[in-house]
Design a protein around this ligand. Sequence first.
Ligand code: WT7
Length: 632
Amino acid sequence: MTSQIKNYDEYVSAYKKSIEDPEAFWDQEAKGFTWFEAYSKVLNWDFNQAKSEWFINGKTNITYNCLDRHIKDRGDQTAILWEPNEPNDPVRKISYKQLLDEVCQCANALKSFGIKKGDRVIFYMPMVPELAIGILACARIGAVHSVVFAGFSAQALHDRINDAQAKLVVCSDYNKRGAKFIPVKKVVDEALNMGCPSIEKCLVHRNSSETVRWNWDRDIWWHHEVHKQNKTCIAERMDSEDMLFILYTSGSTGKPKGVVHTCGGYMVYTAYTFRNVFQYEDRDIYWCTADIGWITGHSYIVYGPLLNGATTLMFEGVPTFPDPGRFWAICEKHNVNQFYTAPTAIRALMAKGNEWPAQYDLSQLKVLGSVGEPINEEAWHWYNEHIGYQTAPIVDTWWQTETGGILISPLPNITDTKPTYASYPLPGIQAVLVNHEGQEIIENEVEGLLCIKHPWPSIIRTTYGDHERCKNVYFSAFPGMYFTGDGARRDKDGRIRVIGRVDDVINVSGHRMGTAEVENAINQHPKVIESAVVGFPHEIKGEGIYAYIISQNHLTDDNLKQEIIQTVAKEIGPIAKPDHIHFVEGLPKTRSGKIMRRLLRKIAAGDFDSLGDVSTLINPEIVDNLIHSRKV
Ligand code: WT7
């Protein structure tokens, strides 16, 4: 176990120590884990090479630390508490002992399919315990998991399978999401039929009583192959820097990249941050509403909580089914103590009215978390009053897929909270603001680009198969620093407020979408000549997707709009569907042929008064045209 900060003085001294001597600080924290062989050095790093290595030559297995280590003291304690989509269906409570057995069985099944250390396994599943069991089974034998959010399209799944060169896909037959019953194995079949030569088998978890099309040479039922396996499987000796997982995320250019995390550092950092940011105490019930398809689910549904011997609640359904009181009903039903969700969910539920949370007793909530996007003032106050009864502190946690764990957050009842501020960096995090020239801004009450000066244990190791890309994206803008892609402001007391992306990435309901990726999808429609995508303020989603499109023969009909939206859903998935399509005659371009996105963002936001300098455009006349057509 890592240490737990208990008061402000301890935070200040932990932070100070972590900056003065990062290696001694993390060495101390890492000692609380089981290492099969001790590490010989804490850290090697060189940001110019995008290199960070932690706990060098240490041998461990994250599942040993998540499971075996807890059996003696808490074997019968619930590890995963599963709440099904249908409120009246039975809850599942999986104890640490049972979880270890099931992970071992699944690990043995994976071995029987020929999966070995280093092989990649793709998961495309709903929020069922088998997803957690499956990824832990991979980690048990040293296979690399890559979970693809089950809302992505067959095309997107296909691209990720091929990029990862995965041997196996694990999926369910159907996903249940609210009133929807989604045939996901069909999506997997479609993806595989587009050509995924590395795939040997497809392991199918049965989540319904419906029939599915079966490919006898490829498909295997989970309940046939997993349940018959032996319940012991020795945890593979993993080097600290062996790959643990790949998770694909969007960037400002090109295709989504596979962010790579490794075993040792990720383990230490997610455990430490879970324990401190949520101030988890023995026997608390902790619930994070994210999907395991995103990093939040990896770090704070599965690994962080299990490393701490916590009870982690996993919910199959959606916030509004069967009604908008579902989240609060679950909090009451299971006596949830720590609740972690996204601003977009808060805003959506806030819009349904105060009567929903008012029907439930939420007094057992001790800590409320927020993650994924900036939380606006109104949502912050609603969360604080109607869910936290003004007593449960809100931890606005800032981090990224690439950071592996939370970097900036208040510590509940230890540091103060301020609406919309992620507040202070956690121990080990040297967060700085720089100007566009890369100079560090020392003063307070300023805005700047958010960078981190020193590695922390769960920093991104590489982008799968393309280390140059990792260097270029994160370590080249400001040499010697990790660049987050976010802009931030610092208040007079040093608290940080993350304002949002400064690159061509849109944050839609806390999900990252690259504008280039959405444009590529739109351009697949044969009647599209050119497109430009920007974000615009959206009441519920935070940011919506706004697409400017030049169509063939300047068609502007609704049918074409619908077809384009369907094309995007097919290329990426429903989460990338444009919220607004604006057919235009031209796009504002500079002499070098670059689209002036700044202008497009302003026009999309309906902010026509401060368009700035447009004299560098080759087609300045287009500006009035865009404004006019935006207004009608
Ligand atoms: C981007 C990372 C980290 C898990 C979920 C998203 C934005 C994230 C906050 C916050 C303001 C936030 C940033 C960041 N973001 N948390 N508390 N306040 N912005 O992970 O998909 O990798 O996205 O989400 O812009 O760069 P992700």
